[in-house]
Design a protein around this ligand. Structure first.
Ligand SMILES: C[S@@+](CC[C@H](N)C(=O)[O-])C[C@H]1O[C@@H](n2cnc3c(N)ncnc32)[C@H](O)[C@@H]1O
Length: 256
């Protein structure tokens, strides 16, 4: 029987190319905004860390503003994808590292920026991971958290988390804004800015990216068809199963 960490490996390791070309991951207003925030806060001598870097879209966006960027992921094929992408872009300041968010293999206070995008909803120990991200961040340093949010109300949330788990068994939870805020506060981060965007998930591409088995695709469609009007409206569920969720960005600072 597999552990959750093994499930994450099994889900992501064969899919590095799918995440490299994914329209949802390769671009987005969150990446544009993240770059604008970091441009004003970073110095060329600073170091940044991207936790759960996947195919590297956030690391590639932010690395030009730092002297050195570490892109960390447990998946060997994601790390290989980032190394190849960094070479292609001539981003020699990017280094890849194997690791888990809950035990970052770095000295305390090393980084000026610690960031993560579309990864935290796969982490079982989010509190411990945020503490760890705070540990490797220097006093006064910035954290940038981007992730998909929980459903806007409890019923929508139940449908959303069920659809997410059926599509990808490495899904743990999308958190609400309130949950995020108390977790971030408890980890010692002060919120400087919060942004929210709708993210449209085209159904065929969404399940293809994770190679969701046919019986689970059928279960998601069945669940969507059974959803009451208020859930269908909130998630903007379309005829083909496509729907919309919310992506949040938190821009934070660790006390100096
Ligand atoms: C959707 S991809 C990340 C997308 C990427 N950050 C981007 O901007 O395109 C999620 C990544 O999180 C990684 N991941 C999952 N659990 C993790 C954990 N506990 N610690 C670090 N990385 C993790 C997975 O291996 C996967 O590569």
């Amino acid at each position: 029987m597999r552990t959750h960490d093994q499930t994450v490996q099994q889900q992501f390791d064969p899919r590095a190319e799918a995440y490299r070309v994914s329209a949802v991951h390769a671009a987005g207003p969150d990446l544009v905004h993240a770059e604008a925030l970091v441009r004003h806060a970073a110095a060329r001598t600073d170091e940044a860390l991207d936790v759960g870097c996947g195919a590297g879209h956030l690391a590639f966006t932010l690395a030009p503003h730092f002297g050195h960027t570490v892109a960390l992921d447990p998946s060997p094929s994601m790390r290989a994808m980032v190394s190849a992408g960094a070479l292609e872009r001539n981003l020699r300041q990017i280094e890849v590292s194997a690791g888990q968010a809950t035990s970052l293999p770095f000295d305390t206070g090393r980084f000026a920026l610690v960031c993560t995008r579309y990864s935290a909803h796969h982490w079982t120990a989010l509190e411990a991971a945020l503490q760890e991200m705070g540990r490797v961040l220097r006093p006064g340093g910035h954290a940038l958290i981007i992730d998909t949010l929980a459903g806007e109300d409890v019923l929508t949330d139940t449908y959303l988390q069920a659809m997410e788990l059926l599509r990808d068994v490495s899904h743990v939870r999308n958190r609400s804004v309130g949950e995020w805020r108390s977790l971030l506060r408890a980890a010692g981060f002060a919120e400087l800015e919060y942004r929210l965007w709708p993210t449209h998930l085209q159904f065929a591409a969404w399940v293809a990216r994770m190679d969701t088995p046919a019986e689970r695709i059928a279960a998601i469609r069945s669940l969507q068809n059974a959803a009451p009007r208020e859930v269908r409206d909130t998630l903007a569920i379309e005829e083909d199963g496509s729907f919309s969720i919310r992506t949040a960005l938190f821009w934070l600072r660790k006390a100096a």
